[in-house]
Design a binder for this molecule. Structure first.
Ligand SMILES: *[C@@H]1O[C@H](CO)[C@@H](O)[C@H](O)[C@H]1NC(C)=O
Length: 94
């Protein structure tokens, strides 16, 4: 059964706006991950959290701000959206 939930499933917005993606896991895992896959691009890691602490940041733009209020939740706040931000964003946990 699904135990990692991402909301919203789809998001269509204008450039320059700001949105947040939410991820929740019910597996009591310690680590959570955000990945990005742009059109015809390889899956790339963006952020890794362990116990609410950011332990890997592979994202250069500051427009991408992750937030982990507790071990079960990881948000991705994206500011000043650009066309290149169009992608599939995957959340995972372990
Ligand atoms: C990730 O690293 C970039 C480049 O050093 C930095 O500008 C950005 O603020 C960092 N993001 C977070 C969430 O720490």
């Amino acid at each position: 059964d699904t135990a990692v939930f991402q909301t919203p499933k789809y998001l269509i917005i204008q450039t320059r706006n700001k949105r947040s993606l939410k991820c929740e896991q019910k597996l009591s895992h310690d680590s959570m991950y955000w990945y990005k896959q742009g059109f015809k691009q390889l899956l790339e890691i963006m952020f890794i959290y362990n116990n609410k602490e950011l332990i890997l940041n592979e994202t250069v733009p500051r427009r991408f701000l992750p937030e982990s209020p507790d071990k079960a939740h990881l948000y991705l706040h994206i500011d000043s959206l650009e066309p290149g931000d169009s992608a599939v964003y995957f959340c995972a946990s372990s």
